[in-house]
Design a protein around this ligand. Structure first.
Ligand SMILES: C[S@@+](CC[C@H](N)C(=O)[O-])C[C@H]1O[C@@H](n2cnc3c(N)ncnc32)[C@H](O)[C@@H]1O
Length: 470
């Protein structure tokens, strides 16, 4: 982060605006909303500021700026439009240790003012760190459209019941759950619809009734995080991740997805990679169960889809046997994500009438696969975890009759900015993999559909056809 996001309490605090034009007036509007005691220093002021002075809402000093003006101020805004004056204001404020913002000059400012969405008391600040102010204002418009106009009223309504709820629901975790249900429930709907009276009556019943004191009920969602790009999460996955008390996640779940969890949610890494198992599957099962039994909302986050080479089935079975309720949220599996990102249609009327997902790694080494079926023509074959066994896989398929010249692709880090796609022929698959120094997760796609993507990306160098060493 280039800038630290924070909200200042300026109620009854002294604030200085240097300048009297439109930019200064914009700052004045904000400062007045925040309840600051504003002084404007400017030899001349525009209509809006003049009106505020005449109404006695702000103090005015009708002269040019002098350094001593910043003394004792909680915050300073320079908005004269005169670079030399703004620079002097910035320097004086910095010397006095007072936060300063110079209109349209982030370089001189010690803080910047974000684009703001206001549903008082709810305030949302949006910043691109000065990189793209137009993007910030587009985001503001998008959020404006998304948020109900009475959202602030809802916040106030909830606030008015905080003490009562705290008294009837002393347990913090139960209380959190209560509020969670509240914001999703009919009382909140009524507040947002403007029916405060009906909402208040319902709320009283809720607070005084048994519902509030119910102990928290834990549960587990086994959630597919997709192949890496957070934009490929399902809406349901996003909602569950944002509500989770605990996120138990695998190696292939990227930081972009984890960042979507609440800041106070516990994040537990249980990733496994070849030869490095931070936790055994039994330990993972016990961990998920324990967290759910403690009343927490657990999201078990897995790369791709939980039921495709993800051991989601084993975890679900374990939870059911231990009486824990669990739902499964599908994710975009690596084959679909990588194919889309690389432009490989997995089926195509002229090339492939079927698609098969297979693993290159069995429970104890080589998987038991029906190679004759896999070598069948007119299908696309996607191999997960196959990079280490690329030579063997190619040999088995060729041995069972697949043409050595069959086009292949290897996609590493699919859907991520670091995605790499390599193209070649089945006979050269081993070479293709070995020479390209693959360190991230990678898929092998075998079939003539890969040639369609290769043809569309001429800048990517093709691997030569080479005899494979088995
Ligand atoms: C244990 S499997 C998990 C598969 C996951 N459940 C899914 O549905 O995608 C891990 C393998 O998936 C593949 N994989 C996962 N994410 C990938 C990505 N972003 N790019 C390429 N391959 C990926 C790799 O073959 C990796 O070795």
């Amino acid at each position: 982060m280039n800038y630290f996001p924070a909200f200042f309490d300026l109620k009854d605090r002294p604030a200085l605006i240097v300048g009297g034009g439109e930019a200064a007036a914009r700052r004045l509007r904000l400062l007045q909303k925040a309840g600051a005691r504003v002084t404007v220093v400017a030899p001349r002021v525009g209509e809006e500021i003049a009106a505020a002075i005449d109404a006695g809402r702000i103090a005015a000093v009708r002269r040019g700026f002098v350094s001593g003006d910043v003394n004792g101020q909680a915050i300073v805004f320079a908005a004269t439009g005169l670079p030399a004056v703004d620079e002097r204001v910035a320097e004086a404020a910095r010397t006095a240790g007072v936060p300063v913002n110079v209109a349209d000059h982030a370089g001189l400012s010690s803080f910047i003012v974000p684009a703001i969405v206001e549903r008082d008391p709810v305030v949302i600040g949006i910043s691109t760190g000065g990189a793209a102010p137009v993007l910030a204002s587009r985001l503001r418009e998008a959020i404006e459209r998304l948020l109900p106009s009475r959202l602030g009223r809802l916040a106030d309504f909830a606030d008015s019941f905080r003490t009562a709820v705290k008294a009837t629901v002393p347990n913090a975790a139960t209380r959190l759950r209560f509020w969670d249900r509240f914001f999703d429930g009919p009382v909140a709907d009524q507040v947002l619809a403007g029916n405060d009276h009906g909402a208040r009556e319902k709320m009283l019943t809720l607070v005084n009734g048994r519902a509030a004191a119910e102990p928290p009920r834990g549960g587990v969602a086994i959630v597919g995080a997709g192949p890496g790009d957070p934009d490929l999460l399902t809406l349901r996955a996003l909602r569950l991740i944002q509500r989770a008390d605990v996120v138990i996640y695998d190696k292939l779940v990227g930081p972009g997805v984890l960042d979507l969890a609440r800041r106070d949610a516990e994040r537990i890494y249980v990733g496994k990679s070849k030869g490095d198992h931070s936790k055994s599957q039994d330990e993972i099962n016990a961990l998920i169960t324990g967290q759910a039994q403690a009343g927490k909302r657990v999201v078990r986050l897995k790369g791709g889809d939980p039921f495709i080479f993800g051991r989601g089935g084993e975890e679900l079975d374990y939870l059911r046997r231990h009486g824990i309720s669990a739902e499964v949220v599908p994710g975009i599996t690596a084959a679909l994500g990588c194919a889309a990102a690389a432009g490989i249609p997995l089926t195509h009327r002229d090339h492939a009438q079927a698609v098969t997902f297979a693993t290159g790694q069995g429970k104890d080494g080589e998987p038991e696969l029906d190679w004759a079926t896999l070598a069948r023509l007119k299908q696309t074959l996607v191999i997960y975890m196959g990079v280490g066994a690329a030579g063997r896989i190619a040999a088995r398929l060729i041995g069972h009759g697949l043409d050595p010249a069959t086009p292949v692709a290897v996609i590493e880090n699919g859907t991520l900015p670091t995605q790499k796609a390599l193209y070649g022929r089945l006979s050269g698959l081993n070479w293709l993999v070995r020479q390209s120094d693959i360190t991230g997760p990678a898929l092998i796609v075998i079939g003539s559909v890969t040639a369609l993507a290769e043809a569309a990306t001429p800048e990517i160098e093709s691997a030569p056809t080479r005899a494979i060493a088995v």
